[in-house]
Design a protein around this ligand. Structure first.
Ligand code: 3HC
Ligand code: NAI
Length: 655
């Protein structure tokens, strides 16, 4: 087998080229190749050594597929040490993303350069790990403690200019990287530049309080997670101990994390997310349709955010509303959201203006005649949706994709309102649609393969994470929410309080407990929907009596200042004796005997409800695989990624 690492002596420069698609991960073959290349370079006439990659990126990290398996020689830390120990200058030349172990290789090199679009990062924390090949010890030596903690605990990459500012790279190479880097290597050789070993550098002085501050912040921001705290321990060791001792601590903590449940869960999640983008039975080369313009119908809560998602990806949008007044309202919400993005530093003023300029309003469906895709986001009224799809059938050009953002309605029935059901699909965004990453792509019975493939590709373009769902009431996510909600009602009646349930779930890792979620969504919505139903259709009174009584007591949820909690002006919830009394009355009416309920029971019953429904969803073929459900819950419902998603957790905990 040919090695993925090639070594050539180009005049007086030893050039090590890694070529291991797709992302040049540090597989065993790459590690071996690097060791051999260093041995050759150490012994030949080269005066400096360049490490560079072919393909789309510099090394994107350790090979995650090897994690959890027995270690194979050579070990990555050995490779890193070997590079740093070289007796002639080693230069790393970065393009794409130098991530994790890939950036640790660059840190072990003596000099670093990157193209202007290059990025560097230490994303191990996102896999429940810490940089385990010297990254925790070398990064602070170059960038200082603060920048190192920021980079490693967030896991978010920084661009070449920022990396240069903090001292993590030495220069930016415009034009051809290989050419520029070889020229620099020659200059270094010509000036007799010595190997400059990061491990031998002094750490810039820092304020000792920074470590306790980080620990406290991370205890909030990364509640329940062990890796971020371990990173702080290692960086503190870098600042206070000799390099070798710091490295030893890093290695023991890395192994501990690798063997732990959180990293196993996050590694599962990493692959689940990538797997979710694949559709069984749909070949990789399925043709796709061009989407260069989009129509959005309805500029309410969802339509505005959906329009922004496309505009942010520089796809022009025509937003159609029912009247001038409604259109004006919709567009002004978009204006406000863009102003918010600028204020929060998410977009520059120029970028926000450029995106906003791509959204045009109209009250005439004829303006959708030429768009490549329409997303309908009007009221959740099946009759109205069918009318609109019949209208679109008459107006839109052949080949246009017609999508509905419905939360619950039957996509097949909506498709049947057109003469082209193969062009109809569900694109279920989550609120706020310009922020939430999840996109359920709902495959109707007749949805064409190329429509599906286009939607999956488009999702990536607009920076969403797509998951395919079959047609059923509520698709994957909202369908699972129903038994979860019902279980929370039973727990209330059996003896728990809203605050006990929410705190138990939030301490366990959910972004928000169920009752606070219902308050946020508004209790009146479900109440109104139930008024239209017969008693038989409403189901068990135990599943809705408490919220009905709350609404009847004028507690409509957060927007009205009270629901399961009473809210202050900053929307902070306070437990309320009136609510406790309502729950007691409801329990008495339905004959529940109240008892002490443990937090463990709360968590097991609520997560168990999700898992049970998830298993049915897989059995029925609504979801392709259990990992897809995990992706839905993490990206759409605030489920902690470090628990792997409900299905992964349910299997591991034998729920
Ligand atoms: N190991 C193994 N496979 C990897 C990989 C890695 N580090 N990174 C990506 N891949 C695979 C993906 O699974 C995917 O495979 P598939 O096509 O079979 O599904 C393929 O490469 C392409 O990946 P993406 O679809 O994610 O491609 P993108 O272009 O969207 O993104 C990327 C590229 C930014 C490199 C992204 O893949 C990524 O973030 N990768 C993970 C990087 C990472 O976490 N590195 C740190 C690893 S831990 C470590 O290094 C420990 C060390 O400190 C000891
Ligand atoms: P909304 O009530 O905020 O907005 C609906 C908009 O549609 C209104 O601005 C209305 O003027 C407009 N509209 C009504 N009839 C129209 C017509 N014939 N032509 C053009 N515009 C028309 O509703 P929201 O919350 O945005 O929901 C829209 C859809 O998205 C629903 O199907 C809902 O189930 C779904 N959805 C809602 C989510 C949410 O959290 N609100 C989440 C995901 C999906």
């Amino acid at each position: 087998m040919t090695s993925p690492v090639n070594y050539t002596l180009t005049e007086n420069i030893g050039v090590v080229t890694i070529d291991s698609p797709p992302v040049n991960a540090l597989s065993r073959a790459v590690r071996q190749g690097l060791m051999e290349a260093m041995d050759t370079a150490a012994a030949d006439a080269s005066e400096a050594v360049l490490i560079i990659c072919n393909g789309r990126t510099f090394i994107a990290g350790a090979d995650i597929t090897e994690f959890g398996k027995p270690l194979m020689d050579p070990w990555l830390p050995e490779v890193v040490d070997r590079i740093e120990a070289m007796n002639k200058p080693v230069i790393a030349a970065i393009h794409g993303t130098a991530l994790g172990g890939g950036f640790e290789i660059a840190l072990a090199a003596h000099y670093r350069c990157a193209v202007p679009t290059g990025k560097i990062g230490l994303p191990e924390v996102k896999l429940g790990l810490l940089p385990g090949a010297g990254g925790t010890q070398r990064t602070p030596r170059l960038a200082g403690v603060d920048a190192a903690l920021q980079l490693m605990t967030s896991g978010v990459p920084i661009d070449a200019a920022q990396a240069m500012e903090v001292g993590l790279i030495d220069r930016i190479v415009e034009g051809d990287l290989r050419e520029g880097a070889i020229k620099w290597a020659k200059d270094l050789a010509a000036t007799g530049a010595a190997p400059r070993r990061t491990s031998e550098q002094e750490i810039p002085p820092c304020n000792a309080a920074v470590f306790s501050e980080y620990r406290a912040t991370l205890a909030q921001r990364a509640r329940g997670q062990v890796a971020p705290q371990a990173i702080v321990d290692c960086v503190e060791a870098a600042a206070t101990l000799p390099f070798a001792d710091g490295l030893e601590l890093e290695r023991s903590k890395f192994t501990e994390l690798m063997d732990g449940e959180q990293s196993a869960a996050l590694r599962h999640f990493f692959f689940a997310e990538r797997e979710a983008a694949k559709i069984e039975g749909l070949p990789k080369d399925t043709p796709t349709r061009r989407v260069e313009s989009v129509g959005v119908i309805g500029g309410g809560t969802m339509g505005g955010g959906i329009a922004m998602s496309f505009a942010n990806a520089r796809i022009p949008v025509t937003l159609v509303e029912i009247s001038d007044a409604a259109l004006e309202r919709g567009l002004s919400i978009i204006d406000r959201n863009y102003a918010g993005s600028v204020k929060r530093g998410k977009l520059t003023e120029e970028d926000a203006a450029a995106c906003r300029a791509l959204v045009k309003g109209s009250t005439d469906y004829a303006s959708l005649a030429e768009v490549d895709l329409v997303v309908e986001a009007v009221f959740e009224d099946p009759k109205l949706k069918k009318e609109i799809f019949a209208k679109l059938d008459g107006v839109c050009k052949q080949g246009a994709i017609l999508a509905t953002n419905t939360s619950y309605q039957d996509v097949n029935a909506i498709a049947a309102a057109t003469q082209r059901p193969e062009d109809v699909v569900g694109l279920h965004f989550f609120s706020p649609a310009h922020i939430m990453k999840l996109l359920e792509v709902v495959r109707g019975n007749k949805t064409a393969d190329d429509v599906l493939a286009t939607c999956m590709q488009l999702a990536k373009r607009i920076r969403k994470v797509p998951v395919v769902s079959g047609v059923c009431y509520g698709f994957i996510g909202n369908r699972m929410l129903q038994p979860y909600a019902q279980q929370s009602q039973l727990l209330l009646l059996e003896g728990a309080t809203p605050e006990q349930i929410d705190t138990a779930m939030e301490d366990w890792g959910m972004a928000m407990g169920p009752l606070r979620v219902f308050d946020l969504a508004g209790l009146d919505v479900g109440y109104k929907a139930r008024q239209a139903l017969s008693d038989a259709e409403k189901g068990e009174p135990a599943t809705y009596l408490v919220p009905d009584m709350l609404v009847e007591a004028d507690r409509h949820g957060q927007k009205s200042g009270s629901g399961y909690y009473t809210y202050d002006e900053q929307h902070r919830p306070t437990p309320c004796p009136e609510v406790h009394e309502i729950i007691r009355r409801a329990a008495a009416k339905l004959g529940f005997e109240r008892r002490e309920i443990s937090d463990e029971e709360i968590v097991n019953r609520l997560i168990g409800a999700l898992v049970n429904e998830g298993r049915k969803i897989i059995e029925e073929g609504i979801a392709q695989r259990s990992g897809d459900i995990d992706v839905v819950y993490v990206y759409g419902y605030g489920f902690p990624a470090w628990r792997g998603g409900p299905m992964f957790y349910g299997d591991a905990a034998a729920l």
